[in-house]
Write a protein that binds this ligand. Structure first.
Ligand code: HEM
Length: 148
């Protein structure tokens, strides 16, 4: 096994946790929270998932940038949108930034006063972050064919 292969396996494990965790929240807990108008269901999940979720996101960033460098896509070439590979990585970085914006909105504007009337705001954030995660996964799957 090469070092790149090991880093890829860590990337895939972290992607499984990040995307899987958000899909689980979206499909299993969010509908229940909306139905019962009970934000505590979401808060309980967030509390349990926070450490594992944040660790996997940090691992995704480190391993992703590591593998991008392995492929010669260094910081100087990001956001030039010239080669297929660099395009996919640049879009992944933009989507990562969008994920941060969602996290900041949730942490500072929604979660502090999450009551039964504000659950729909959290529903939008959860749906957006899940869809972004799935898009990043799909973009990742294009890499072995040279990107997009
Ligand atoms: C939520 C975040 C992310 C998810 C869910 C994700 C998911 C994936 C998946 C599923 C693959 C497919 C690997 C394969 O074809 O076997 C992949 C590959 C890859 N990802 Fe990500 N990724 C994320 C973030 C990032 C970031 C932030 C970067 C770097 C800026 C990145 C760079 C790469 C690279 C370079 C590969 C190709 C590795 C290879 O084929 O050897 N990823 N990603």
């Amino acid at each position: 096994m090469t070092l790149h292969h090991f880093v890829l396996i860590v990337h895939l494990l972290a992607a499984t946790i990040w995307v899987g965790g958000h899909l689980f929240l979206l499909v299993c807990f969010l509908p229940q929270a909306l139905k019962e108008k009970n934000p505590q269901i979401i808060l309980n999940f967030e509390k349990k998932f926070e450490k594992l979720g944040m660790t996997s996101l940090i691992l995704l960033i480190i391993t992703g940038i590591w593998m991008a460098y392995d492929f010669g896509v260094t910081a100087e070439s990001w956001f030039h949108f010239k080669t297929g590979f660099e395009k996919a990585i640049s879009i992944k970085l933009l989507l990562l930034f969008a994920t941060f914006i969602c996290a900041v909105c949730a942490q500072f504007f929604i979660l502090p006063n999450l009551d039964k009337n504000a659950i729909w705001k959290m529903a939008i954030i959860i749906t957006t972050v899940t869809l972004i995660g799935i898009t990043m996964l799909v973009l990742g799957s294009t890499m072995r064919y040279g990107g997009i």
